[in-house]
Write a protein that binds this ligand. Structure first.
Ligand code: AMP
Length: 176
């Protein structure tokens, strides 16, 4: 089962990037090309036919499987990046981190009005990042059709923050 394989391969790094955080390091997954192929296929399959026009991936680990997922779904991939990285005109959204603030951006012409967007990242924690990404998508007149994660830390209840957008939240390896 893919969930068992992912959990057996991810490496827990204690106290990174700060004391008290157990970081889920997915680099051991990236060393296993067979598992990467399986994960990309399973990310597409778990959508269960949900209609998606665009996959939007979040910098930086949302860029690892997001483009592969978009190719399998035969739809465009749109990068959502940290402030100051995208070269063309952007719109921005800031959100609170545990300490301080972060800002993410998307190109102002990245989406068409009414497009159904799947937001993808490697991991769902508190949900703050994907809520900010959802706001960017709605600012461009598009719609959040679903959320796709390789891993979710369900004990942090991030999915509850996504319910105003959609209940279509997909994760392949959930930590209760
Ligand atoms: P959040 O906004 O709290 O849902 O955090 C999600 C973002 O932070 C994702 O881009 C994750 O890659 C990263 N992240 C948060 N917590 C962890 C963790 N425990 N292990 C690995 N990545 C994490």
């Amino acid at each position: 089962m893919i969930e068992t394989k992912i959990k057996a391969t991810v490496r827990d790094v204690q106290d990174f990037p700060k004391p008290g955080i157990t970081f889920k390091d997915i680099t051991p997954i990236l060393k296993d090309h067979g598992l990467c192929t399986e994960i990309a296929a399973a990310l597409a399959e778990q959508l269960n036919g949900l209609k998606i026009d665009v996959v939007a991936g979040i910098e930086s680990r949302g860029f690892l499987f997001g483009p592969a997922l978009a190719q399998l779904l035969k739809v465009p991939f749109v990068p959502i990046r940290k402030a100051g990285k995208l070269p063309y005109k952007t719109i921005q959204e800031s959100y609170a981190l545990e300490y301080g603030e972060a800002t993410i951006e998307v190109h102002e012409d990245a989406l068409l009005s009414g497009q159904r967007v799947l937001i993808h990242d490697d991991l769902l924690a508190t949900g703050g990042t994907v809520v900010a990404a959802s706001k960017l998508i709605e600012k461009l007149g598009a719609e959040v059709a679903g959320y796709s994660f390789v891993i979710s830390l369900d004990f942090l209840k991030g999915a509850e923050r996504l319910s105003p957008y959609t209940d279509q939240v997909f994760s392949m390896a959930a930590y209760e």
